[in-house]
Design a protein around this ligand. Structure first.
Ligand code: NAD
Ligand code: LMR
Length: 344
C-alpha cells in the first residue's frame, strides 16, 4: 500500500478528522479533466476527504485546460491540493506517484452512434494513457470511464501487461452509472426512497450487455411489463441523454456523480474500511466458461482494489434469457479490445 493510502487508513473512522488531515489522503489523477465529465468530477473529488492531492490532466489547453480547471478549484475552501497540466508531455509529470487515476478522456457519442462506434478514436487514447500510467504511477488504481468500456478496459489491461505492471485487482471499468440509473428509475417506479435501493447490474456497459437484476430488489414484486420496461430503460438510459443533448455529447453530470461515488468507495476501502462493495467491470472468472474474460458483478473492494469478485447472483428466467442474449456480444467487444493491443 502506498504511503499516502496508509495515511488515509487512519481517516476512515472519523470524517471530521479525515478532512483535517486530508493533505495526507490519496493522490488522485483525473485524465480528461477539462471535459464534460472531467470538470464536474474534479469538483466532486475536490470535496472528498479521501482525496488529498488532486492532479488534473488533459490533452488540450483550450477553451479551458486542466490548468484552468485546477486554478478554479484551487479557490475552494476544502482541504487538499489541486494542480493541473495540459498536453501529452505534461501528463507523465502530473500523474507521477498517483494512488488512483480516473479516466474520462475521449470522445462521447452523438445521436445514432453506438458506443462501439467510438472504438476507433478512443482505443488509441486509452492505450496512450495506459503507457503514461505504466511509467508515471505503475501501482495506481486505474478507473476507466472512456467508452466503449467493454473494450477500453481490456485495452488498458493489455497495455499495462505489455509494460509488465498489470495487477488485475487494480484495473476497473466504472459501471456505477448503470447502478445509479437503476436505483433512480426503480425508486421512482416504486415510490420508495432511492437511498434504500441498490440494484446489482451485471455484464458490461453497452446496450443489452447492461443487465440490471431487478429480481434482487426486496419487496418489489414487479409485473412482467414493469420488468421489461425498466430493464430496457436502464440498458438504454445513455441513449436518452444522448438524444436529449442533440449532438452535444452524452451523460456528464450523472456520470461525474457516479464516478465520484465509485472513486470514494475505492479510496475508503483502500484506507481500510470494510464491507464496501460496488459493481465494476473487471477481469473476471465468472463468465470465463462462455469465453468472456471481463465482466461486471458486485465486487468487494479493499486495500489492493478488487479483493473479491462476486459470483453472478441467482438469475430469474427473464434475466437468464437476457444473459444468454448478450454474452456473445459482450465477449466480442472484450476480445476486440484485447486484440487491438495484441495485434500491434
Ligand atoms: P468530452 O469531450 O466532454 O471530454 C473528454 C475530454 O477528454 C476532453 O477534454 C478531451 O480534451 C480529453 N481528451 C481526449 N483525448 C485525450 C488524451 N489522449 N489524454 C487526455 N485527455 C484527452 O467527453 P465526456 O462527455 O467527458 O465523455 C468522455 C468519455 O466518457 C466518452 O468516451 C464517453 O463516451 C464516456 N462516458 C462513459 C460513461 C460510463 O458510464 N462509463 C458515461 C458517460 C460518458
Ligand atoms: C452512458 O451510459 O450514459 C454513457 O455510456 C454515455 C453514452 O454514450 O451513452
Amino acid at each position: 500500500m502506498l504511503a499516502s493510502m496508509k495515511a488515509a487508513r487512519g481517516l476512515a473512522s472519523a470524517a471530521g478528522a479525515a478532512r483535517a488531515m486530508s493533505t495526507k489522503a490519496a493522490t488522485v489523477g483525473v485524465v480528461g479533466a477539462s471535459g464534460g465529465i472531467g470538470a464536474p468530477l474534479s469538483l466532486l473529488l475536490k470535496q472528498s476527504p479521501y482525496v488529498g492531492d488532486l492532479r488534473l490532466s488533459d490533452v488540450v489547453s483550450a477553451p479551458v485546460g486542466s490548468k484552468g480547471v485546477a486554478a478554479d478549484l484551487g479557490h475552494i475552501d476544502t482541504e487538499g491540493l489541486v494542480t493541473g497540466g495540459d498536453g501529452p508531455d505534461a501528463m507523465k509529470e502530473v500523474l507521477a506517484g498517483c494512488d488512483a487515476v480516473v479516466i474520462p478522456a475521449g470522445v462521447p457519442r452523438k445521436p445514432g452512434m453506438s458506443r462501439d462506434d467510438l472504438f476507433n478514436t478512443n482505443a488509441s487514447i486509452v492505450q496512450s494513457i495506459g503507457k503514461t500510467i505504466a511509467e508515471a504511477c505503475p501501482n495506481a488504481f486505474v478507473l476507466i470511464i472512456s467508452n466503449p468500456v467493454n473494450s477500453t478496459v481490456p485495452i488498458m489491461a493489455e497495455t499495462l501487461k505489455a509494460h509488465g505492471v498489470y495487477d488485475k485487482r487494480k484495473v476497473m471499468g466504472v459501471t456505477t452509472l448503470d447502478v445509479v440509473r437503476s436505483n433512480c428509475f426503480v425508486g421512482n417506479e416504486l415510490g420508495r426512497s432511492m437511498k434504500d435501493i441498490n440494484v446489482p447490474v451485471i455484464g458490461g456497459h453497452a446496450g443489452i450487455t447492461i443487465l440490471p437484476l431487478l429480481s434482487h430488489i426486496e419487496g418489489a414484486n414487479f409485473t412482467d411489463e414493469q420488468i421489461e420496461r425498466l430493464s430496457h430503460r436502464i440498458a438504454f438510459g445513455g441513449d436518452e441523454v444522448v438524444q436529449a443533448k442533440e449532438g452535444a455529447g452524452s451523460a456528464t453530470l450523472s456520470m461525474a456523480y457516479a464516478a465520484a461515488r465509485f472513486t470514494e468507495s475505492l479510496l475508503k476501502a483502500a484506507a481500510g474500511e470494510k464491507g464496501i462493495t460496488e459493481c465494476a467491470f473487471v477481469e473476471s472468472h465468472v463468465a470465463e466458461d462462455k469465453g468472456c474474460k471481463f465482466f461486471s458483478t458486485p465486487c468487494e473492494l479493499g486495500p489492493n482494489g478488487v479483493e473479491k469478485i462476486g459470483e453472478i447472483p441467482a438469475l430469474s428466467d427473464f434475466e437468464k434469457a437476457k444473459f444468454d442474449e448478450m454474452i456473445g456480444d459482450l465477449t466480442k467487444q472484450v476480445n476486440k479490445g484485447i486484440d487491438f493491443v495484441k495485434n500491434q
